[in-house]
Design a binder for this molecule. Structure first.
Ligand code: SAM
Length: 243
């Protein structure tokens, strides 16, 4: 566990970062309280289980929580969510905190037992609305409760693989929201070898080189094909217009 003095020395930076994050992605007092409980637990577990890159801890709220919260605004009517590879809880636990108030639930699929144990404890202390499934997503797609309204993933696998996981689950009216970094164009080009897509790209509210790839329809190509997806230059660049 992180020592008391380590946590105390982080407190001023975290307080400023939290204020910045909640200006970007405002939440209710109830959701904020849930997120506070989650953050406290994450800081306690961080020393024994590497849940986030240690260098990002002072920016925990902007780099991780606001990054996750922005997805809720892109699918405001979605009730049943699936987060693939939730790890330390991004975006899954954060979305569970939002959905506890909004109404809805998140399935958090994680294949590492220690992280799944953390996720269960995070849902317990925060009161987030979710369920943890300890499994490889490739092994449990067929047994997941359905229908799903929204599928998410961050930092889990290349886009073409995520699309492969999502394809059998993405019914009409549902969508996938994948958080991606600066290589999004290359990932879209690679994905277009296997899938016919019409993705929408949203620039991340949290800045940097982040993008959200929104996909609401996936067709498998019979044979490999050259790129058929829009490059980043055709992005909407807008968050909050996805519904
Ligand atoms: C780099 S971490 C990212 C965690 C979190 N999504 C985030 O953005 O902070 C990737 C996580 O995905 C999990 N993971 C990778 N492939 C997976 C799979 N096929 N099924 C379930 N979990 C997977 C790993 O165990 C790990 O916890």
């Amino acid at each position: 566990m992180a020592s008391r003095s380590q946590m105390d020395s982080l407190a001023p930076a975290l307080a400023a970062d939290k204020a910045a994050a909640l200006r970007l992605t405002p939440v209710s007092r109830e959701t904020e309280a849930r997120l506070d409980a989650y953050v406290e637990l994450l800081l306690q577990w961080q020393a024994k289980t590497n849940l986030v890159a240690p260098s990002t801890l002072p920016q925990l709220w902007t780099r991780h929580i606001a990054d996750s919260l922005q997805l809720a605004a892109l699918a405001p009517t979605a009730r049943t969510w699936l987060d693939i590879g939730s790890g330390g809880g991004f975006p899954g636990v954060v979305l569970a905190c939002v959905l506890a108030e909004r109404g809805g639930t998140v399935l958090l699929v994680e294949r590492i037992a220690k992280k799944a144990a953390f996720l269960r404890e995070a849902l317990r202390v925060s009161g987030g609305a979710g369920q943890v499934i300890l499994a490889d997503i490739g092994d449990c797609v067929d047994s997941l409760p359905q229908p799903l309204d929204c599928i998410t993933a961050r930092a889990v696998a290349p886009l073409h693989q995520l699309i492969g996981f999502a394809e059998p689950l993405l019914r009409p009216g549902a969508k996938a929201l994948f958080l991606k970094g600066q290589d999004v164009d290359a990932e879209l080009t690679e994905a277009a070898r296997y899938w016919k897509l019409q993705p929408r790209l949203h620039a991340s509210l949290t800045g940097g080189q982040g993008w959200i790839v929104e996909i609401d329809r996936i067709e498998r190509l019979e044979q490999s094909a050259s790129a058929s997806v829009a490059p980043k230059s055709a992005a909407t660049g807008s968050v909050g217009t996805g519904e």
